[in-house]
Design a protein around this ligand. Structure first.
Ligand code: FES
Length: 210
């Protein structure tokens, strides 16, 4: 059975053909037809822009992980980009809008924090953003993000060694399993972990306020 989905190439060709057809509207020899077609295109644009902006807003607030997936899908990326929705100003505008309390700091977001391919094994990197101090750690090929704070103390974990999947506090040696944050000697004690995603090119995005 023939696929109902277009390939990325087909989709790009279709977008390019559409662009060419729209450009030809200016050359229409009949002014009334030209005005009507332009009004029609403007209405389509407004219908799509309004609905896609609402959808984008919903995704940023309630399904932030989907945001980075969408960026990696050619067709979705192209469509949302046509309406400037991946543009950072629009993104921040949505987060800072009065509808959402006017304070973007409290809302979920994905922040690029480096490239997984450039991180050394068994090394913790300190990263500070918006009052959060996070350690980005790589061990056994996996990247983790944890709070830079040992247990309930205010003592930072930067400078901690990583051994066999555990982050070892440099102060008194408590070991935290990076895969789930659990303290080796007291499973009730957990290190706060942050969600992260890694894109095709290795770009790490840290999830804040999730
Ligand atoms: S402060 Fe981390 S083990 Fe004591």
């Amino acid at each position: 059975m023939e696929s109902i989905f277009l390939s990325d190439t087909d989709y790009e060709q279709l977008a390019s053909q559409t662009e060419d057809l729209i450009a030809k509207v200016d050359d229409l020899p009949y002014p009334k037809v030209k005005d009507d077609v332009q009004a029609l295109l403007q209405n389509f644009d407004m219908l799509h822009r309004e609905a896609l902006t609402r959808l984008f807003k919903e995704i940023i607030i309630n399904y932030p992980a989907l945001h980075s997936k969408m960026e990696n899908d050619k067709a979705v990326y192209l469509l949302f980009s046509l309406y400037d929705l991946f543009h950072s100003d629009i993104h921040n505008e949505i987060l800072l809008s009065e509808d959402f309390g006017g304070n973007g700091d409290q809302y979920p977001r994905w922040i690029p924090v480096g490239n997984a391919n450039e991180l050394k094994e068994n090394t913790a990197y300190k990263y500070a953003e918006e009052g959060e101090v996070v350690l980005i750690c790589k061990t056994e090929g996996t990247v983790y993000a944890v709070k830079n704070c040992c247990g309930n103390t205010a003592l930072p974990l930067d400078g901690a060694a990583i051994e066999k999947g555990y982050l070892i506090c440099p102060w008194h040696g408590c070991a935290y399993r990076l895969s789930d944050g659990v303290m080796e000697t007291n499973p009730m004690n957990k290190l706060k972990k942050y969600p992260l995603t890694i894109g095709d090119e290795g770009v790490i995005r840290l999830g804040l306020n999730m």
